[in-house]
Design a protein around this ligand. Structure first.
Ligand code: P6P
Length: 330
């Protein structure tokens, strides 16, 4: 009988960090796991704590902030800014780069994150998530500068997400495969539940918002029709409206998520730095691919911390078909 093992995320982080590591990246990932526990606890009780609904302000995206958005943003910043591991942060909820206060030691890493993705689903008890990416500073002498925060996804040293769903999961990669941990709420521990996740073949799903397809350019419609009419394999359509949930389902069962550019959203909707690039990093680590329709999302150097991009992400052959249809070789 295979000896079953209980491996906590802390144990896995320590066992898999390189011998030369000083433990700084490991420590950031551990802090994010703790943030996930805190956010998860609050999310589970959101309906009871008068933190449903809207905060009193609008974020940089022009979206009315939800109280839980603000809460999750605060938790991640307060847990990490004083640790001496980070030299800057970028949050979907904050207009500018978040500098490390003078009273704290600066470290060598940059944390970019969407504290609560899919937050329009909070009040209806649908899965939501946190997405993060971690970069190393380009210049220790000038760490935390804007250039440090505008690195292409190819330079990520780690990326991952937390999914607050029927269970709370943390899924991450440091470039050595994608690994999933499920929170045991009675223990308060993340336990290794999905080691070395890879997109399965054949894939099962495709995920698009069909409420906007009538506004999409013809080539995109041709790609969606190709997905709809595929027979080997036949794909089922699922769309949660929470990218982390859609990405995770496709990672486990195979599929492609797309949020293309549309006349009303000429650059698409998904943000490059803290949504698309981290998930594309994970996708490639899991044998899949992430593209803006023409190139790998990991090759795009952000020009602005809140830059948006069209996104096609999932099983490699499904994503590469998008380029074939959208940009046919003449
Ligand atoms: P729509 C959530 O706001 C988000 O950024 C992603 O999580 C999600 O996939 C997408 O927007 C949903 O957008 O336009 O379909 O509601």
């Amino acid at each position: 009988m295979r000896e079953s093992k209980i491996i906590t995320i802390e144990r896995f982080l320590l066992d898999t960090q390189p011998d030369y590591a000083r433990g700084e990246l490991t420590s950031i990932l551990y802090d994010l796991a703790l943030a996930a526990k805190i956010i998860s606890a609050q999310t589970r009780r959101a309906g009871l704590l008068d933190i449903l609904g809207f905060a009193d302000n609008v974020n940089v995206q022009g979206e009315t902030q939800r109280k839980l958005d603000v809460y999750a943003d605060d938790v991640i910043i307060k847990l990490t800014q004083h640790t001496g591991r980070l030299c800057a942060m970028v949050s979907e909820e904050r207009e500018e780069v978040i500098s490390i206060p003078e009273c704290f030691t600066k470290g060598s890493y940059i944390l970019v994150f969407d504290p609560l993705d899919g937050s329009s689903n909070i009040d209806t008890n649908i899965s939501i998530g946190t997405i993060f990416g971690i970069y190393k500073t380009l210049d220790e002498e000038n760490s935390g500068c804007l250039a440090d925060c505008l690195q292409p996804g190819r330079d990520l040293v780690a990326a991952g997400y937390m999914l607050y769903g029927t269970s709370t999961m943390m899924v991450y990669s440091t470039g050595k495969g994608v690994h999933g941990f499920t929170l045991d709420p009675s223990w308060g521990e993340f336990i290794l539940s999905h080691e070395n996740i890879c997109f399965p073949n054949p894939p099962a799903y495709f995920s698009f918002n069909h409420a906007i397809t009538h506004r999409l350019p013809t080539p995109i419609l041709a790609y969606i029709d190709w997905l709809r009419n595929l027979t080997e394999p036949t794909l089922t359509h699922r769309y949660v409206g929470s990218m982390v949930a859609d990405f995770h389902r496709n990672l486990i069962h195979g599929g492609v998520f797309g949020y293309p550019a549309a006349p009303t959203k000429p650059d698409g909707k998904i943000r490059l730095l803290y949504e698309a690039a981290p998930l594309a990093f994970l996708a490639e680590q899991a044998g899949g691919f992430g593209s803006d329709g023409s190139q790998s999302l990991l090759e795009i150097k952000p020009s602005y911390i809140h830059q948006r991009v069209p996104v096609f992400i999932g099983n490699r052959f499904l994503v590469e078909k998008a380029k074939e249809i959208l940009f046919p070789k003449i």
